[in-house]
Design a protein around this ligand. Structure first.
Ligand code: ADP
Ligand code: MG
Length: 356
């Protein structure tokens, strides 16, 4: 038997290998509608109702940096990213279980602050924190949240279901999270430099962050779009496919296309970019569209809808049509702001935990 490092096949290659091992278990319960491969697992709870469930792991130094992340924000974000996966199924959140592994020396008050952030977010979303597990950790803080949600069999929206001709829509703005992260990383580098030089940390630097507050908020406190799910309910809209943008627009649109067996053509000029991200990208001499297309962690919803239903979303000022679903053979195309059409498969991929 040969042994291969995970980095050779990447995060998604690994999930595929593990999914193959557990695949037969789905036959044990016929109520399971969707297992591995979507934002949530989906199972039927009655003739008309389904429950959805997701789980997410946040590991210190991999997903968050305690030097730049207030614990209250971290708790709130941990809840929001799970709610976002529930929303991606066109469902609303119900219950959460929270597990933590923390170093023995960590002050109790820090964990209380983390949990106050979680409780605050849970109240905003109307979900109940109903349990969890606690362990010591040899290094760093790890937070794992599992969450269930509920919707009907008619409304549940998978990554598969997009049809050629469908409109590709995105909520809110993109690029804000990556812009905020860049500012925070620069701030951290300044802080470390000052510590290294034995200079006292200049508190005014923090005050100057005010002008970046909007982008930093997008990174530290992303909100899950339960308001969009409410809007879909009110307007009786059921998207043909949906995903939340956690890995980046290009990567997540790729997930919809792969699961639906279709292609896509989007236009860069239509992508809603956070105005503050544009200014920050200029300052960092980066392309803001790179951040919007590949940055990730914006937690907006990306969904497809039959063209005939355009009127139902046209009046919503926080939903933008960015392109059209095409036949699979056409691949994933992007027409850039100069009118050049490029293959998105050639672009930088979204985030891969074991990638380069
Ligand atoms: P998301 O970004 O929406 O949270 P992921 O990319 O983390 O989704 O996961 C993709 C799919 O793979 C999901 O259906 C998830 O349940 C499944 N998955 C991820 N890791 C594992 C694992 N270790 N074992 C089984 N299923 C997994
Ligand atoms: Mg997701």
């Amino acid at each position: 038997m040969s042994f291969n490092p995970i980095s050779e096949i990447g995060e998604f290659g690994l999930i595929d290998r593990l999914a193959a091992i557990v695949a037969p278990t789905k036959n044990n319960l016929p109520e399971l509608i969707e297992g591995i491969g979507d934002d949530c697992a989906v199972w039927r709870t009655s003739d008309s109702m389904v429950q959805v469930a997701t789980t997410d792991l946040l590991v210190e130094t991999v997903h968050f940096d305690l030097l730049t992340t207030p614990l209250h924000h971290l708790g709130s974000k941990a809840i929001s990213v799970n709610v976002s996966d529930i929303c991606a199924m066109n469902a609303m959140p119900c219950y959460a279980l929270i597990s933590i592994a923390a170093p023995r020396e960590m002050p109790v008050e820090m964990l209380e602050e983390l949990y106050r952030g979680m409780a605050h977010a849970a109240t905003l979303y109307g979900l109940a924190i109903a349990g969890g597990d606690t362990s010591s950790s040899p290094a760093g803080l790890t937070i794992s949240i599992s969450m269930t949600g509920q919707t009907t069999l008619e409304k549940v929206t998978l990554r598969k279901g997009a049809q050629p001709g469908d409109l590709i829509c995105v909520t809110g703005t993109l690029g804000g999270s990556t812009a905020g992260l860049n500012v925070l990383m620069r701030e951290k580098a300044t802080m470390i430099e000052q510590l290294r030089n034995n200079e006292p940390y200049d508190k005014n630097v923090m005050a100057e962050l005010q002008e970046y507050a909007e982008a930093i908020r997008h990174h530290l406190l992303p909100g899950a779009r339960t308001d969009i799910i409410d809007f879909f309910n009110e307007e009786e809209i059921v998207p043909t496919a949906m995903i939340d943008i956690s890995d980046g627009l290009v990567a997540d649109l790729g997930h919809i296309c792969r699961r639906s067996g279709v292609g896509a053509h989007i236009e860069e000029s239509r992508i809603p970019v956070l105005p503050d991200a544009r200014a920050i990208a200029e300052e960092f001499q980066q392309d803001v569209f790179d951040w919007a297309l590949s940055g990730g962690e914006d937690y907006q919803l990306l969904f497809t809808l039959p063209k005939e239903q355009y009127d139902s979303i046209a009046s919503h000022r926080d939903i933008t049509v960015i392109g059209t679903i095409t036949e699979a053979e056409e691949g994933l195309l992007l027409t850039d702001i100069f009118g050049m059409t490029i293959d998105m498969a050639e672009m930088k991929r979204g985030f891969d935990h074991f990638g380069e």
